[in-house]
Design a binder for this molecule. Structure first.
Ligand code: NAD
Ligand code: TYD
Length: 340
């Protein structure tokens, strides 16, 4: 099987590639990534010489580049992780979100259709449903996104389903809750809190800090995506929730305690505009149809995550200094190629 993975140098994509390359040594895997500030080849270091894995720097919004990639690689399956993913950035600069998260998906769908892809998996998010005070969202709940990020992802979900209904393109969508684990860029909540706490810097808590997220350990999400790629019913959407709801402030306190840092580092700042209060997903569909459920408890995932960031201080530092960008050159020289 030939699998095209987009956005594989980001947080979830890189965890997924590590998992997938190991699990399926006979699959041919091509990772394409634009290497935005969030794309980090260091996340995949060690895989350069794997015979079943390749990387091409490319932009999913560039139709010419994408046609070339599809024509040469001829993927059976496409898994689209590529996105602008940070809500705060979408509030200050929405344009890149509309372009990549919506138009880029359109480019991929056109190529998938033209080159006869047999499975197109769109990685979406629970944020498309918006906030829920009580209960849990199901896959057929009304979409009510609050940020330019979640609105662009909701629009993409609509487009993906339209290609299924109109052209019969074999698509499946996953909507996961907040992931945490290794290789997450430290602008996102958990690695940002760890980084600031380790460095004795203040920890910005938006508003009262009582917003609730449903945290899923990234490996649990990778297992769910793998199942959906193999067995997900075409034209269906699957929620992938961690079932570990926590208020932001609780998580900050737990991180500070683990690192032996004072609560005085907590600093309440102005709330994020349009800030969703609570996310919660029903996972009964994926459980019933595919037999998936999260198997990493929050305590164990949290401990693994803390250990990883403490052990990989250099990785964290490189994301701050920009040194991670040099991995692009290192990657090509490892293969005896020159950068294009
Ligand atoms: P990330 O920001 O860490 O990674 C995104 C990757 O996409 C980066 O490597 C970046 O270089 C690449 N990219 C961006 N624009 C591109 C373009 N135009 N062409 C090619 N590559 C491009 O994001 P993540 O947290 O790994 O999220 C991956 C996917 O999962 C996204 O689609 C996101 O919406 C979804 N998701 C994330 C979470 C979460 O908690 N992180 C939860 C639910 C869903
Ligand atoms: P984030 O990681 O940006 O994910 P999302 O907004 O997509 O759920 O933020 C998680 C939660 O943490 C969210 O409620 C916003 C909050 N938050 C802070 O309080 N301070 C911060 O510095 C960040 C980045 C997030």
């Amino acid at each position: 099987m030939r699998v095209l993975i987009t956005g594989g140098c980001g947080f979830i994509g890189s965890n997924f590639i590590r998992f997938f390359v190991k699990k399926y040594p006979r699959h041919e895997i091509l990772n394409i990534d634009k290497l935005t500030y969030a794309g980090n080849l260091e996340n995949l270091s060690g895989l350069e010489k794997n015979r079943n894995y390749g990387f091409v720097k490319a932009d999913i919004t560039n139709a010419t580049q994408m046609r070339k990639v599809f024509k040469r690689f001829r993927p059976d399956a496409v898994i689209n992780f590529a996105a602008e993913s940070h809500v705060d950035r979408s509030i200050t600069s929405p344009d890149a979100f509309l372009k990549t998260n919506f138009l880029g998906v359109g480019v991929l769908l056109n190529c998938a259709l033209h080159y006869g892809v047999t499975r197109f998996v769109q990685i979406s998010t629970d944020e498309v449903y918006g906030s829920i005070a009580r209960g849990k969202f199901r896959e057929d709940s009304v979409l009510n996104p609050s940020s330019p990020y979640s609105a662009s992802k909701a629009a993409a979900d609509g487009l993906v389903m339209a290609y299924y209904r109109t052209y019969g393109l074999p698509v499946v969508i996953t909507r996961s809750s907040n992931n945490y684990g290794p290789y997450q860029f430290p602008e996102k909540f958990i690695p940002l809190v760890i980084f600031n706490a380790m460095n004795g810097k203040k920890i910005p808590v938006y508003g009262d800090g009582l917003q609730v997220r449903d945290w899923i350990y990234v490996e649990d999400n990778c297992r769910a995506i793998d199942l959906v790629v193999r067995k997900g019913k075409l034209g269906e959407i699957y929620n992938v929730g961690g079932q570990h709801e926590r208020a932001n402030i609780e998580i900050i306190k737990q991180i500070l305690k683990t690192l032996g840092k004072p609560l005085a580092l907590i600093e309440h700042v102005k709330d994020r505009p349009g800030h969703d209060r609570r996310y919660a997903l029903s996972i009964s569909k994926i459980k019933r149809q595919l037999g998936w459920q999260p198997c990493v408890s929050f305590q164990s995932g949290f401990e693994k995550t803390m250990r990883w960031y403490r052990k990989n201080g250099e990785w964290l530092k490189n994301t701050q200094t920009g040194a991670y960008r040099s991995f692009y050159r290192k990657y090509y020289s490892t293969l005896g190629l020159t950068e294009t």
